[in-house]
Design a protein. Structure first.
Length: 148
């Protein structure tokens, strides 16, 4: 309804490093980290995972990373402290503990996060209001939508 959303903007090198696919050589599976940057991404993650991550969208002191399978059907939502890169929590569907097949990749992701914190590049560069998007397209806040 408001027509805008909050977006966190990060250093490009930080995004490239953290969001690079992680290959688990034990399982042969590749996992895909995705940093949540916009309100609607937090909402989608919370709805998909059946937990309350959407309420974390305005927590400036932490970063949320969704570690996903290639088909996006299985995920682990991770919260990291921006100041030092320490892990706060890792939650699977309905706040369950992460499945064992994710553990190696979660460890590697945590190492990347801590390294970025040591470099001082983990924090977002800018937090700003941007136009809301639905299915990747900006919406016009003056446009009325009918809900059925």
């Amino acid at each position: 309804r408001k027509g805008w959303t909050i977006e966190y903007q990060y250093d490009e090198k930080t995004l490239e490093d953290i969001e690079a696919p992680i290959q688990d050589y034990e399982t042969g599976e590749t996992f895909y980290p995705f940093i949540l940057k916009r309100d609607e991404q937090y909402t989608e993650e919370g709805e998909f995972m059946h937990h309350c991550v959407a309420t974390y969208a305005d927590k400036d002191e932490s970063m949320i990373v969704s570690l996903r399978t290639k088909d996006n059907k299985d995920r682990v939502t991770c919260e990291y402290r921006i100041q030092d890169g320490s892990g706060i929590q890792q939650r699977s569907f309905c706040n369950a503990m992460p499945p064992d097949r994710f553990l190696n990749s979660l460890h590697e992701l945590s190492q990347k996060i801590r390294q970025r914190a040591r470099f001082g590049t983990l924090n977002w560069k800018e937090k700003k209001k941007v136009r809301m998007q639905i299915n990747g397209k900006e919406i016009d806040k003056n446009h009325d939508f009918m809900l059925f």
